[in-house]
Design a protein around this ligand. Structure first.
Ligand SMILES: O=C(O)C[C@@H](Cc1ccccc1)[C@H](O)SCc1ccccc1
Ligand code: NI
Length: 184
C-alpha cells in the first residue's frame, strides 16, 4: 500500500532524473508497482480511505515519485460526476503530437512531491496525442484535451525530471487571449 511516506519530495535527486524506458515483458514487480500506483490514486480519491491513511488527493502518480526511476505512471482523472474520465497505467508514454494552443488550470497546479504552494499558471498544450503501452505491452494511442491532457503532461514531466513550477514564468504571465484557455 503506497502512502505519503513512500512519496519522495523536492530535493530528492530521483525527481530530477530522466527515468528509464521499460522493456516487455514487464517483471512481476514492475506490474505490481503499476497496480500500486493506481491503487494509491483510487485510495486518495476515496474520502474515507484518504482520511484513514492521511493521503493527499491525486489524479496522477509517476513511478519516480516513489523513488522508482522508470517510465511508468498511473493517471485517474475523474469527471464532474466522479466517473473515471481517463484511468490508465501508462508505460513508456510519449506525446506524439501537441497543439499550438496552450491551456492552464485556472487554480494553478500542485504536486504530491512538492510540499509548498507555488502560485502561477502552468502553460500546457490544450490538445495532445498520447502513445502509451499497457502492462501487457499493447500499444495505445489516445487524443486528449483539457484536464486529462494537462494531467498526462504533468505526469510525463515527472518521467523527464521536470516539475510543474519549471513552467511558471512570472515575467510572462499566461494570459487568456485567442491562443490560450483557462480550465476549471
Ligand atoms: O504530483 C502529482 O503528479 C500528482 C498531481 C497531479 C496533477 C496534475 C495536473 C495538475 C495538478 C496536479 C496531484 O494530483 S496534485 C493534487 C490534485 C488533486 C486533484 C486535482 C488536482 C490536483
Ligand atoms: Ni507531480
Amino acid at each position: 500500500l503506497i502512502t505519503m511516506k513512500n512519496i519522495i519530495r523536492e530535493g530528492n535527486p530521483t525527481l530530477r532524473a530522466r527515468a528509464k524506458a521499460l522493456t516487455f515483458p514487464l517483471t512481476a514487480e514492475q506490474k505490481e508497482l503499476g497496480h500500486a500506483l493506481m491503487e494509491f490514486l483510487e485510495n486518495s480519491q476515496d474520502p474515507d480511505i484518504a482520511k484513514k491513511y492521511q493521503l493527499r488527493a491525486g489524479v496522477g502518480l509517476a513511478a519516480p515519485q516513489v523513488d522508482q526511476s522508470i517510465r511508468m505512471t498511473a493517471v485517474l482523472v475523474p469527471d464532474e460526476n466522479d466517473q473515471p474520465l481517463f484511468k490508465h497505467i501508462l508505460v513508456n508514454p510519449t506525446i506524439i503530437s501537441e497543439s499550438v494552443k496552450m491551456a492552464a488550470l485556472a487554480e494553478g497546479e500542485g504536486c504530491l512531491s512538492v510540499d509548498r504552494d507555488v502560485p502561477g499558471y502552468v502553460p500546457r498544450h490544450q490538445h495532445i496525442t498520447l502513445r502509451w503501452y499497457d502492462l501487457e505491452g499493447t500499444k495505445h494511442i489516445d487524443k486528449l484535451r483539457n484536464y486529462p491532457a494537462i494531467v498526462c503532461q504533468h505526469e510525463i514531466d515527472h518521467l523527464n525530471g521536470v516539475l510543474f513550477f519549471d513552467h511558471i514564468n512570472m515575467q510572462k504571465p499566461f494570459v487568456t487571449d485567442d491562443n490560450t484557455v483557462l480550465i476549471g
